[in-house]
Design a protein around this ligand. Structure first.
Ligand code: BG6
Ligand code: MG
Length: 218
């Protein structure tokens, strides 16, 4: 069979950490008097920690000193790390393990392409890290999604051309990044939100092994 590159986003695709990012950003925004709800949160999915705080401050028309900015970033991350401290494999989203096993059985290359600087910690907690041939995360890139850097780097590490890569993403920014990289984008979530993706599934339970075979042989 062909060998393709399958690149997974982490937060909201492999594990339901998107809800913890949401809670931590909401707490932080409200502590500085800036309104925050699910709509704002959608714009932050896939976006780096620094760029997320810049966006929140922009929405609230607020400027902060560099020290205060750094303090808020640290506070958000501490809250987030508290939320995920007891995370186990039970939080892996449904059928992610089936899809990864299918890809391994069919000898495909698998990478992580995440904006998070906490990605490795999380993959270790989930005992998934050994399943990835390459892990590219927020520590390895200078530009955040929607910039395609993270996916292009993952393809390079897998030694697969971008045209032979398929990306699984739950964020608007991540779908844009995959498209910009010239890869196939598969949205995981709401098709009304992830309009720009090549395909959208509500979750991995909706993705059949037959569909995966078609992606590989296409
Ligand atoms: C992305 C999340 O995966 O990582 C964003 O969707 C998050 O919500 C970003 O801001 C950066 O994550 P972290 O863990 O480095 O703060
Ligand atoms: Mg995500």
């Amino acid at each position: 069979m062909n060998r393709k590159g399958f690149i997974f986003d982490l937060d909201g695709v492999i594990v339901d950490t998107a809800k913890y990012h949401y809670l931590a950003w909401k707490k932080l925004s409200e502590s500085i008097g800036i309104y925050f709800d699910e709509f704002q949160n959608e714009q932050l999915k896939g976006v780096s920690r620094i760029n997320s705080l810049e966006k929140i401050l922009g929405w609230g028309n607020k400027e902060l000193s560099r020290d205060k900015f750094m303090e808020l970033l640290a506070r958000k991350n501490n809250d987030y790390l508290d939320y995920i401290s007891n995370m186990t494999r039970s939080e892996i989203l449904p059928d992610v393990v089936r899809i990864i096993s299918f890809l391994k059985d069919t000898d495909q290359s698998i990478a992580l392409g995440s904006s998070s600087r906490n990605a490795r910690i999380i993959l270790k907690k989930l005992k998934l890290i050994k399943d990835f041939d390459a892990v590219v995360d927020g520590n390895n890139v200078s530009e955040s999604k929607p910039n395609p850097e993270v996916f292009l780097l993952a393809a390079e590490e897998l030694n697969v051309t971008p045209q032979d890569c398929v990306v699984f993403e739950d964020s608007i920014a991540g779908v844009k990044a995959a498209n910009e990289a010239g890869m196939m984008s598969i949205g995981i979530g709401d098709e009304k939100v992830l309009k720009e993706a090549d395909y959208v599934f509500t979750d991995f339970t909706k993705i059949s092994n037959q569909f995966m075979t078609e992606l590989i042989t296409k």
